[in-house]
Design a protein around this ligand. Structure first.
Ligand code: ZN
Length: 369
């Protein structure tokens, strides 16, 4: 069955719309989640995971003045433990996004080029996976404009992207989405943009013109850059420029223990790495008619502790949800360690984010442009 055959049209979703008079992709996505969670007609894997999710454990840890949410969430185990981009051999498993379960349904969007699905790995209920209907590689260069279009279409959501070597769990091109402002760092970033303090974090303006602004967040546990503009063409252009500057700086990712050198072969995609390593969040804010793009440049998704053994090991994968302040563990011991030792949290962020010398290079080139 092709991906497009998993599409549910508006009449098939009829029972699940909250308001029949106002149907758009936001209400379709909400209706889809209800349909997929329905105990009679829904998707069994999502229903099982919703039951598991009801037992989630959660705590807020203050790390150098910055609040981080630590969770024990077994529904995310397949993503957290996925070794899609770490394997030394070509994966012989069938692609999970090309081979959906029979009951797994979605809605087609952007001229039927993408299918919106319920994400079975639940960080916050309502999470979506937005997959290309074709098995295209996980590369953002030709799809960033689609990300911008999705943010304008799915205005109830923040749109997420994980680069192949920065935490994606499938080589099949996909975004994720989550209901806006539900992750703690989204709220902190809004506070910083509004001039309210968040720990010792500083918001530094690197570049400004009539139509767009680029900021760097300093003292925020991980490197983060914000791009704000009301013009989608400006967002596109600033992202493209950032991408090229970061790609230059990523040449410094080499000879780091357990971290693949930048530019090496990506076996699961059968290509050499060409894209800078990053996690992205993009949302369209209707109240101000502005886009907000947040870029987290990464060294890798696995911190040093992942490669340790015994009680020193932490099974974590640092991708966009983690960049947005939501740490996901799937073992009780990892949860307890992170909850009680903020220095471990500092370390896993600094291991996976670009280090100060790369930040300095990047900021220098961004300021000159
Ligand atoms: Zn596929």
């Amino acid at each position: 069955m092709s991906l497009t055959e998993h599409h549910l049209n508006d009449s098939e979703l009829e029972l699940f719309f909250a308001d029949q008079s106002n149907i758009d992709d936001n209400s379709r996505a909400a209706a889809l989640i209800k349909q997929q969670s329905d105990r009679v007609n829904g998707w069994p894997r999502l229903i099982r995971n919703l039951d598991t999710y009801s037992r989630i454990q959660k705590d807020v840890v203050n790390v150098k003045g910055i609040d981080i949410v630590v969770t024990l969430n077994e529904t995310r185990a397949p993503s957290i433990t996925a070794k899609t981009f770490e394997s030394k051999q070509l994966n012989s498993q069938p692609c999970i996004l090309c081979n959906l379960d029979a009951e797994q349904k979605g809605i087609l969007t952007l001229e039927n080029r993408f299918i919106v699905l319920a994400n079975p790995g639940i960080t916050i209920p309502g999470d979506l996976t937005i997959a290309s209907v074709n098995h295209d590689p996980q590369l953002i260069a030709n799809s960033f404009e689609d990300m911008v279009s999705l943010s304008k279409t799915l205005t109830d959501y923040s749109i997420f992207y994980n680069g192949a070597m920065a935490g994606a769990s499938s080589p099949h091109f996909h975004f994720q989405a989550g209901l806006k402002n539900t992750l703690i760092a989204e709220q902190q970033i809004d506070q910083l943009l509004n001039g309210s303090p968040v720990g010792n974090a500083e918001i530094i303006l690197l570049h400004e013109n009539k139509t767009g602004r680029l900021f760097f967040l300093n003292n925020y546990l991980r490197a983060a850059y914000l791009v704000v503009s009301s013009d989608y063409q400006v967002i596109n252009r600033l992202f493209r420029e950032f991408y090229l500057h970061l790609k230059q700086v990523d040449r410094f990712i080499k000879d780091i223990p357990n971290v693949p050198d930048f530019g090496a072969r990506i076996i699961s995609m059968n290509i050499n790495e060409t894209e800078p390593r990053m996690n992205l969040m993009l949302k369209y804010i209707q109240e101000t008619a502005k886009y907000l793009l947040v870029i987290f440049p990464k060294v890798f998704n696995r911190p040093a502790a992942y490669f340790k053994t015994g009680t020193e090991q932490l099974i974590v994968g640092m991708a966009i949800k983690e960049s947005l302040g939501n740490l996901i563990t799937v073992r009780e011991a990892d949860y307890e360690h992170l909850k009680t030792d903020p220095s471990l949290i500092t370390k896993i962020y600094s291991d996976t984010s670009i280090p100060p010398e790369m930040i300095e290079e990047l900021n220098k080139s961004l300021k000159m442009k």
